[in-house]
Design a protein around this ligand. Structure first.
Ligand code: MOS
Length: 742
């Protein structure tokens, strides 16, 4: 028996992040850390009106400021081309309008000029002296006004059966409307771009990007040059949560003015403009109509969602994406629609669609269960779908019943007294609530390369990214799994568009998409190595490749063993290389991840204090590749869900459309004091119909349902059903006049 058989498998092990030491030591370079020689600095001038026209830009005074090189704006900006912004072609951008394309203003905080100077400080100082005159027009401030002024545009949906008739003839019904506010991504790392062009007209750009390949392809369309002439680098990203998935105007403008000036240019987007020009989760209004029969079975479900979008682009927040398939219901309608407002174009934010969608769905399920007189856990167990009724497909693997039961048990749900406000501890009222969570699993096409090197190390590369989630580490684990080379002798290179095409770091796709390609490339490299070993001057020249086995970074034949390094040395090759291409998942099954959150809140009515004190989450994401990073993803998502439930909302000044809480001080996210005790149960059932590792991805599911579980617990504690996020204290206090809902 070899050592390998007794060792703990590397897949599933809690391998610490291999990029951790570089980050701790400050060796990890983020976009704005790149300082090519002769670099100039850009700083934006941003619209102070939400809608209208720029009538005049006065730059003379600003141009005389120290260090100013040039000031760009509509009328003085290179002509660019549009990208088709096709998801399928992989050249998508979210804001399709080109920067400075015309004199129109569509949202407050839109770029209206770009100052370039010899230092950041000089550029910023001069930007304040650019005078912009506007012809303002009356702007659309929010969802309610959008509906009134512009109505809606259809955004797709799903229907089966006849939900309206089933509702009308049902025993018990609810008809409730939920509202979620704009949330803004607040990654630690600012959006930033550093661009330069070489003498041959090739573009290099360092960008805070969750998708270097898509950015390369989009820029190739915009600058009308071959994609091979553009290299996008994003080796490290200080997270993005979706805001860095697609290329935003600042990156395009930086590349354009760099070419114009013939020198490198850096542009860092100020935090304030990360609230305006780099996307946000849009505002939603969701009407939920549910009905049950006398046995507490769902007989009708309608989920009608409307979200705000910009005047330049239609972004659909697919709130009903989960509603279609989570519960069994013969008569069901999901519809999405948008309404235009004068805000920047929204974008994906962690679990787009599902995060606000499951706030509505899982709150409504709670309301329905109570109306039907059934315990909310039991109601779900009675109604979970056994197959995907929206696609008429079996789920590849679905353990939501086990997830719900395990989490209920661990949490102590059976100790819950269902009576409102009945569970007291000292001054506090304790509330228990729960919700299901759910996220689609996707696997996209992917290429990867692996080299086994003569020094005994391995090298793997793929043009996907590690946005802080552990992708470097799991790629090393996959190479180690196939070759037996220890993780600390494997170099992983990601975040460079010149590597083999990989997926965006989004949609929780990266793990499921990248690992099979990496494993395939590693196997192909091993095949190459075996050919070397059995070739004319090979170390096992007498053997045929099929007779060789692989273990611990060595080839074995007939009781003999030679390390990869010895094999390569004997054959006089520096490396054995393999590439692989893997395809998207087939459509034989519905591939989804499942789970359940159980939440304890504590409400102190005396001082009006609410906190989430305890969360138990059981998550079924197929095979867990790295126990440590997977747990960390769920814990992080739960904390972000606490933010969504209790704190996060971007507030706009209705006079000028400006986000007023546009900084870390006033846009409230959870801090350590807000973090509950979090207990994550990771079910570990490999989904082998999905890919060879059986892994479905884990970045997003943890935030889905969490805000609903909080709201349900708040209802249990207080009797108040808060249908508008965030659940702020004023909404729980008696006799506090409520602000008009937006
Ligand atoms: Mo995620 S919202 O796809 O970064």
């Amino acid at each position: 028996m070899s050592d390998t058989d007794t060792k703990e498998p590397i897949i599933g092990a809690g391998v610490p992040r291999i990029d951790g030491p570089d980050k701790l030591a400050g060796r990890a370079n983020y976009a704005a850390d790149n300082l090519p020689p002769n670099m100039a600095y850009g700083y934006g001038v941003f619209s102070t009106i939400a809608k209208g026209k720029v009538t005049r830009i006065k730059v003379d005074e600003a141009k005389r400021m120290p260090g100013v090189i040039d000031i760009f704006h509509h009328g003085h900006f290179p002509s660019l081309y549009r990208t088709p912004s096709s998801f399928v072609q992989g050249n998508k951008v979210e804001e399709t309008r080109l920067p400075f394309e015309d004199e129109r203003v569509y949202y407050e905080g839109q770029f209206v000029a770009l100052v370039v100077a010899d230092s950041f400080e000089n550029a910023r100082a001069a930007a304040r002296h650019v005078e912009v005159e506007y012809a303002p027009e009356s702007a659309v401030a929010n969802l309610a006004q959008g509906l009134e002024d512009n109505g809606t545009q259809a955004g797709g949906g799903h229907a089966r059966g006849d939900a309206a008739s089933a509702f009308d003839s049902a025993d018990t019904t609810i008809d409730v409307t939920y509202h979620t506010p704009v949330e803004t991504h607040n990654p630690m790392e600012m959006h930033a771009s550093v661009a330069y062009w070489d003498a041959q007209g090739n573009l290099t750009i360092y960008d805070a990007s969750q998708g270097v390949v898509v950015e390369r392809n989009a820029l190739s369309k915009i600058f009308a040059i071959a994609p091979e002439r553009i290299t996008v680098h994003a080796p490290y990203i200080g997270s993005g949560f979706g805001s860095k998935l697609w290329t935003w105007p600042h990156a395009i403008a930086t590349a354009a003015v760099s070419r114009e000036l013939g020198r490198p240019v850096q542009l860092v987007v100020p935090r304030q403009q990360m609230f305006t020009t780099t996307g946000h989760r849009p505002e939603t209004r969701q009407r939920m109509r549910l009905a049950t029969d006398g046995n507490g079975k769902l007989v009708s479900l309608r989920h009608e969602a409307i979200n705000t979008t910009s005047f330049t682009d239609q972004y659909v927040e697919t709130c009903g994406s989960v509603t279609k398939s989570l519960y069994s219901c013969p008569d069901l309608t999901v519809s999405h629609a948008t309404t235009q407002v004068n805000r920047g174009t929204p974008t994906s934010m962690r679990a787009p669609g599902a995060a606000p969608g499951l706030f509505a769905l899982e709150s409504a399920i709670d309301e329905m269960a109570l109306a039907a007189g059934v315990d909310p856990v039991q109601f779900r167990l009675d109604n979970y779908a056994e197959r995907d009724e929206s696609q008429d497909l079996d789920f590849s693997s679905n353990h939501i019943v086990e997830a719900t039961k395990q989490a209920a048990e661990r949490f102590g749900w059976h100790e819950r007294n269902p009576q409102i406000g009945s569970m007291r501890e000292g001054r506090e009222i304790v509330g228990y609530g729960m919700a299901a969570c759910n996220w689609e699993a996707l696997k996209r096409p992917c290429d990867a390369r692996v080299s086994l090197r003569a020094d005994g190390t391995a090298f793997a590369s793929c043009a996907t990214q590690d946005i802080g989630t552990g992708t470097y580490t799991i790629v090393a684990q996959a190479v180690s799994d196939v070759t037996g080379i220890p993780v600390d002798r494997i170099t992983v290179k990601l975040g460079d568009s010149s590597y083999p095409d990989g997926p965006i770091s989004g949609g929780s796709w990266a793990t499921a998409t990248t690992l099979p390609a990496i494993a395939g490339a590693a196997r192909n490299a091993l095949d190459e190595l075996k050919r070397y070993a059995t070739g004319s001057n090979g170390i096992f020249a007498e053997a045929s490749a099929d007779d060789l086995s692989v273990a611990d970074g060595a080839l074995r034949y007939d009781g003999k063993q030679a390390s990869f390094a010895e094999v390569l040395d004997a054959a006089r090759y520096g490396s054995a290389d393999g590439e692989a291409h893997t395809e998207a998942a087939d459509s034989k099954y519905s591939y989804r991840s499942f789970g359940a959150h159980f939440v304890e809140v504590r409400w102190d009515p005396g001082i009006s204090h609410l906190r989430v004190s305890r969360v138990v989450s059981a998550i079924d994401v197929g095979k867990v590749i790295n126990e440590t990073t997977a747990r960390n993803q769920v814990e992080g998502a739960v904390v972000m869900g606490v933010g969504m439930g209790l704190f996060e909302a971007t507030e706009y000044d209705e006079r000028n459309g400006r986000p007023v809480n546009n900084d870390y001080a006033e846009y409230v996210v959870p801090v350590h004091a807000d973090q509950p005790e979090i207990d994550v149960i990771l079910l570990d059932y490999p989904d082998l119909a999905f890919n060879e590792y059986g892994a479905r991805g884990i970045g997003e599911i943890g935030i889905t349902g969490l805000a609903a579980a909080i709201g349900n617990a708040v209802h249990h504690a207080t009797g108040k059903r808060i249908r508008e996020l965030p659940i702020t204290l004023d909404k729980l206090m008696d006799d506090v006049p409520q602000a008009q809902s937006a």
